[in-house]
Each structure stands twice: as structure tokens, then as C-alpha cells.
Ligand binder design. Structure first.
Ligand code: IPE
Ligand code: IPE
Ligand code: MG
Length: 241
């Protein structure tokens, strides 16, 4: 068993596309819901390990704007699982001094999910440890569209001139404006795609894709991803010294 994982240099924000719950269940001849249940359970160990190694931000992609188009029964169960997660995991989150937040369309979530989420956001607001950022009803294109709308309003109000719109203007109008960009993007289940996740913010993220399905992703798998990250040379378009 791995006792302690060290935080690699230059790693402030890890973002994870938690994919593969359905296939995990299928391998066991169970329905997709069974996979989501186990996927939800896998979150705790990873969040605790990240928080204990001193990470600043962990973003977990839990539900995309496109996922609303899944069968109603699956969507309803996922919402139920979010609620259970918030109820069950609030203790772990508070105990670890984590700050909880949600990125995405909070208003589209069922009322009870919103209520538990808001409570946990408030309760953990003054904590000083890792930000646990759950991306729910999140879409990168939607986020950018909303930012553009905001900027248009500021232009109309005469607060900013179109010539003064910079990359920072856009970044500052995203839902994640106060967070550093992800340094490491992990996707489980071996899919080589982004699926509309943080498309602006990951411009220079290091990408790590593992065949492991999300319910099987644990501290050991996290350590593998970190080891890979620590060997990367991030050049940001420049040349090595
Ligand atoms: C990820 O697992 C969880 C969500 C997108 C909500 P999937 O449900 O996408 O599982 P696969 O990709 O079908 O195996
Ligand atoms: C991405 O997984 C969204 C989440 C993990 C929340 P999907 O399963 O929805 O993505 P695609 O359909 O494989 O691109
Ligand atoms: Mg999937």
C-alpha cells in the first residue's frame, strides 16, 4: 500500500474526467447505475490523497451538459447519487479542511441537490485546504458562451472597449476565473477525447489517459499519474534552457 504521495513540483490543479462507470458495470453484467454507485465511492480516496499531499485544486468532472440527454432513469439516479454523495461525504470534506464548490449550471440540478450543495459550500467556505471543485452540468462551450455574453454586456454598458478584450478578459469571465488552470488532466477509461471539458483552461495542461475505469481508480493509480506528470517537460511553446 502506498502511504504518502508527494506533490510534484509545479502541480497546483488536477482535473479528472471520471469516465467508464458504465463499462465497469457491463464487465460485471450489471446495469450502468451499479457502475455510477461504485464510481461515486471512488471519489473519497482520491480527494483525500490529493488534499493530504497539499494540492490546491482538484476538479472532478461528474456530469456534462450533454449528459442530460441520457435516459431519464440514469439522469435521475445520477442526481440521487450526487445528493447521497453530498450527505455522506460532507464529513470527510470538512474533516480534511477542504473547500467545496460546484462549477456548472447549479440551477438545473434538482432542488434537494442544490440545497445540500449550497449547505456544504457555505459550511466549508472558511476552510483553508484544497478546493474540491465538482463540475456538474458543466460544458466548456457553454462556459465560454456565458463569458462572451458577459463581455458583450460590459461593452454595451461602455465599461470596456472591444479593442481592449484580451485573453485575460475571457479568462476573467469564466466560471473558474479565480482558479489556476489545470496542470494535469486525467481521463480514465482510455478515451482519447476531451468531451467539452474546460476547453479554454486546458490549453497547456499535461494530459494523462489511463485504461483504468473510474470505479477502479485509486491512490495507486493517482501515484502513477503523478509520476508521469513529474517526468514531463512543460515548454509552453518555448525552448528548453
Ligand atoms: C462516467 O461514466 C460518468 C458520467 C459521465 C456521468 P459513463 O457513464 O460515461 O461510463 P461509460 O463511459 O459509459 O463506461
Ligand atoms: C465525459 O464522459 C463526461 C464526464 C465524465 C462527466 P462522457 O462519457 O459523457 O463522454 P463521451 O460521451 O464518451 O465523450
Ligand atoms: Mg463515458
Amino acid at each position: 500500500m502506498i502511504e504518502k504521495i508527494n506533490l510534484p513540483k509545479g502541480l497546483r490543479h488536477i482535473a479528472i474526467i471520471m469516465d467508464g462507470n458504465g463499462r465497469w458495470a457491463k464487465q460485471r453484467s450489471k446495469n450502468r447505475i451499479f457502475g455510477h454507485r461504485h464510481g461515486s465511492k471512488a471519489v473519497r480516496a482520491v480527494a483525500e490523497a490529493c488534499s493530504q499531499m497539499g494540492l490546491e485544486v482538484l476538479t472532478l468532472f461528474a456530469f456534462s451538459t450533454e449528459n442530460w440527454a441520457r435516459p431519464k432513469k440514469e439522469v435521475d439516479t445520477l442526481m440521487k447519487l450526487f445528493k447521497e454523495f453530498l450527505k455522506k461525504e460532507s464529513k470527510t470534506i470538512l474533516k480534511n479542511n477542504m473547500r467545496f464548490r460546484i462549477t456548472g449550471q447549479m440551477h438545473r440540478l434538482p432542488n434537494d441537490v442544490q440545497k445540500f450543495a449550497k449547505e456544504l459550500i457555505d459550511e466549508s467556505n472558511s476552510n483553508t485546504g484544497m478546493i474540491l471543485n465538482l463540475a456538474v452540468s458543466y460544458g466548456g462551450r457553454l462556459e465560454i458562451t456565458e463569458a462572451v455574453k458577459n463581455i458583450c454586456r460590459q461593452v454595451i454598458d461602455g465599461k470596456i472597449s472591444p479593442d481592449r478584450v484580451t485573453e485575460d478578459t475571457i479568462g476573467n469571465n469564466l466560471w473558474t476565473s479565480d482558479l489556476p488552470n489545470p496542470d494535469l488532466l486525467i481521463r480514465t477509461s482510455g478515451e482519447f477525447r476531451i468531451s467539452n471539458f474546460m476547453i479554454w483552461q486546458i490549453a497547456y495542461s499535461e494530459i494523462y489517459i489511463t485504461e483504468v475505469l473510474w470505479p477502479d481508480f485509486d491512490k495507486k493509480e493517482l501515484a502513477r499519474a503523478l509520476e508521469s506528470f513529474s517526468k514531463r517537460k512543460r515548454r509552453f511553446g518555448k525552448v528548453d534552457e
